[in-house]
Design a protein around this ligand. Sequence first.
Ligand SMILES: Cc1cc2nc3c(=O)[nH]c(=O)nc-3n(C[C@H](O)[C@H](O)[C@H](O)COP(=O)(O)O)c2cc1C
Length: 326
Amino acid sequence: MAADLRTRLGHVELPNPILTASGCAAAGRELAQFFDISRIGAIVTKSVMLAPRSGRPTPRMAETPSGMLNSIGLQGPGIDAFLQRDLPWLLSRGARAVVSIAGGTVAEYAELATRLSDAAGVTAIEVNISCPNVEHRGQVFACDPAAAAEVLEAVRSRARYDIPVFAKLSPDVTDIVAVAKACVSAGADGLSLINTLLGMVIDTDTMRPVLAGETGGLSGPAIRPVAVRCIWQVRAALPGVPIIGMGGVRTGRDAFEMILAGASMVSVGTVIFHDPSACVRILRELDEELSQRGIERLADVVGLAHEPRTAPRRGLAGTAAARRMP
Ligand SMILES: Cc1cc2nc3c(=O)[nH]c(=O)nc-3n(C[C@H](O)[C@H](O)[C@H](O)COP(=O)(O)O)c2cc1C
């Protein structure tokens, strides 16, 4: 590696900013056939719930222009199996584990945070709040700043002090900054932006929705500009809060765009289904993007796009980032 790619996940240092996106690499086992999973910043696991779940009925995937629609639901083995099987395996591989959690009630999220804090080796918790609140007419936590804050407050107060807690936000809101601020005020150490957008595909032959669950989450390149916009807005409002950016990243240049918008880490999701080695390729490409521009440290360009335009933008010349360099 030519550039210094070290970054911070809250107070935890990662060797580089490339992570998997939750739900796109299970608990990392499948990827380990393709590359050494300790080489990337961290594995973000599929959202785990308290009890095992079988997910939604099939079909639950549909191709869309420049993207994919899924209604997998939160299928998974539950926290007991995760702690017995998946977490020790990740640690045995030398991987850093960011554990994504999901629940239907605030109490469930709190219990998951307690269980993870009792286990050794959790690098961070990512709180997936794009779940229906069963105690409040199924309203999605992430769509209401007060409900989102309640979850984050419960998780932060139960999670061990040395485990950073990130809130993963939904773009399906009018004002993502309001939700971001509520989560940070409630104690979130950072934000993950963005989860999928709610979409739908109708089969014109059967004249019915393609997905058995009717609607699904849209991911892939189609959503990248939405993700960049969300990262930009949240970074502008909360400049000191670390952001994990994601949504349609396929190349090192895509990751670099999110970093310029304000992300200090980038998660890679849908592209993994086409290219299982995408994370290490994107890591190499990002290093090349930085080196070609004479950028020595990733940390110097996080959020750079927010700085006023200066005369010829070649490398970092003329920017505050350049002035910070020795
Ligand atoms: C098949 C699939 C399953 C997903 N499962 C989860 C999940 O369990 N928890 C979560 O927070 N996000 C989940 N996501 C959302 C991704 O983590 C990511 O936020 C989103 O797909 C945007 O990134 P991408 O376009 O690179 O895939 C899932 C996405 C896909 C495509």
